[in-house]
Design a protein around this ligand. Sequence first.
Ligand code: PLP
Length: 395
Amino acid sequence: MKGCEASKMNNIQEKDKKYIAGTYNRNPVCLISGNGSTAISDDGKEYIDFTSGIGVNSFGYSDEVWADAVSAQAKKLQHTSNLYYTSPCAILAEKLMERTKMNKVFFANSGAEANEGAIKFARKYSVTKYNDNRNVVISLKNSFHGRTLATLTATGQEVFHKYFGPFSEGFLYAEADDFEVFSKLLTSDVCAVIIEFIQGEGGVVPLNKEFVNKLYDYCNKNDIVFIADEVQTGVGRTGKFLCSENYGVKPDITTLAKGLGGGLPIGAVLMNEKFSEVIAYSDHGSTFGGNPVCCAGAITVTDRIDDTFLADVVKKGEYIKEKLEGCGEVESITGMGLMLGIELKNLKASDVVATALEKGLMLLTAKTKVRLLPPLNITYEEIDKGLEILIDILS
Ligand SMILES: *Cc1c(COP(=O)(O)O)cnc(C)c1O
């Protein structure tokens, strides 16, 4: 590292540490640019990216189609509020509804906000149609639904529940993959269940298909709103546009965020026909929701995730799995498509992430696992470069 560049980087890191609230534990790297699945730091070092900014940069860094659409929209009209019509928002809505066979969408700005919206809509539906007591939401243990107070309450992990009480009322937790236990909580006060098909932050843990189907059938028969939190699994990540397609179910509400905007903040609450009569003027809102620049980016993402592209996502995921399965340190690999979790035998996931970074590969953890969420359009050349580093560490 050259002297002046080193001091520039330290300067950024020092400023950050001095002025930014200490809620993040950043890696000691300052990124300045990127191309495809390769990021570049301020000292000129290249990193293969198996993280896509936690499942956000679906088409990698500075993807041209995305960047052109976003900058063209920014130069034309960057924001209007929801008091006016804009075309990117309406076009994205049409594309998402056609793609998912849902009925209506509400646009938010993040995953947590999308889930907040989903909970509100489910409650409005149930208390309007039944009674005020029908407001209980059941989530799963080991789930993650966001950091706002209601979604934090829905998050079934005690570690997130320190310090921030009192929490919202009307939330219960059930063990995943045990319908018998779950069914004991299913009283007439339950308005909704919220699940991740693959628990992401919880350690890339896919739910059992039989459990999901039983739960889905029960919800259908009893008019309990089935909410799929696809903030991490949605928009092609698992090899289908929605992970619900892998499970053969059609949720009443599906929430999206992370990968939808290709790098810009956007969340979406997709709803079926049940909600068309119930959700009305002033029930919910957002100043930034449906922002034209974010929607212009999201259109380019949604447009390109077709069946051929998705088949490639599946193939790349299988390719990575095959290459890693033989490594001495690999206990097992979970996940679908390009959402993979590697359980290790002896090494610590955080140590693997740190070593890989030094060698030029960006990785994530999820609980005790190393988690891979590479850009969906990552090339085999980039995969091989990254795997060379990872296999070396895990052998
Ligand atoms: C990341 C995530 C969230 C929260 O999304 P934010 O955009 O950080 O609010 C919610 N649910 C799941 C499943 C997630 O992976």
